[in-house]
Design a binder for this molecule. Structure first.
Ligand code: 705
Ligand code: MG
Length: 214
């Protein structure tokens, strides 16, 4: 049977990237998506904004919602300091299988915990499963109508502390209107919009960075 796009993306990584070199993995995926087949990775333009937010935050504990093929997982983990951890949640086993191999090719499996399951089920278990108290940075890139419920769930579970950063992809395209409305009007968050473009296109999109004020 015909291969899937994530399988072809993985093949491009294994063909064009150097094992153990995260930046070459990121570059190989961007090349594949720009010149061969579009895929919903955060991409190189928004990726630079992601890099600057991660570097500035220098987080110890990072949560990513929606691993997909592991592009942003590798991008974030490559910037983390030695004792920090990235937990990434993915509920599609096929995507998780591809992402594990992309993460392994980058040599970042020691910094990354890929957990298979739905965010709504896993968020309440983060403390017991991983001994995490709070997350310093959360990257939201899963189903757009789940950003708001999962943010409220993280608040309820006490996973955010004063200064925790939420970074949300696609707040314009495909768009996350209910999340934006909530986060921009809540006194508990200080938000900032980083205008950019939908990955590998000229369509407007952007990232919303929100600091939890406690
Ligand atoms: C129970 C569902 C909610 N909980 C969840 N828990 C764990 N993983 C979840 C997840 N939801 C979705 N996922 C996973 O995240 C990923 C989903 C991401 C959804 N992203 C998008 O739809 C998206 C879509 C676009 C897009 C933009 C324009 C366009 F024309 C077509 C697509 C661009 C993006 O950057 C996107 O992120 C998948 O791997 C999916 O299996
Ligand atoms: Mg996205």
């Amino acid at each position: 049977t015909r291969s899937t796009r994530p399988q072809r993306l993985l093949a491009a990584v294994q063909k064009n990237a150097t094992r153990g070199d995260p930046r070459s993995v990121v570059r190989a995926i961007d090349q594949f998506c720009r010149h061969k087949e579009w895929a919903m990775n955060v991409g190189d333009e928004k990726g630079c904004i992601l890099d600057s937010v991660v570097s500035e935050a220098n987080p110890t504990y990072v949560l990513e919602l929606g691993t997909y093929c592991g592009y942003s997982t590798v991008r974030i983990a490559s910037l983390l300091s030695p004792n920090s951890k990235l937990i990434t949640v993915e509920f599609n086993p096929e995507y998780a299988k591809i992402a594990r191999q992309v993460i392994a090719w980058a040599g970042l499996q020691d910094k990354i915990n890929l957990v298979e399951g739905a965010s709504g089920d896993l968020i309440p278990k983060m403390q017991e499963m991983f001994g995490v108290k709070t997350f310093d940075l959360v990257f939201l890139d899963h189903w757009k109508d789940r950003y708001l419920p999962d943010t409220k769930l993280m608040e309820k579970c006490g996973l955010l502390r004063k200064g925790s950063i939420l970074l949300a992809d696609n707040v314009i395209c495909p768009g996350t209107p209910d999340y934006l409305e909530y986060i921009r009007n809540s006194p508990q968050y200080e938000s900032q919009y980083f205008k950019s473009h939908l990955e590998y296109t000229k369509v407007e999109d952007g990232l919303e960075k929100s600091v939890f004020l406690g």
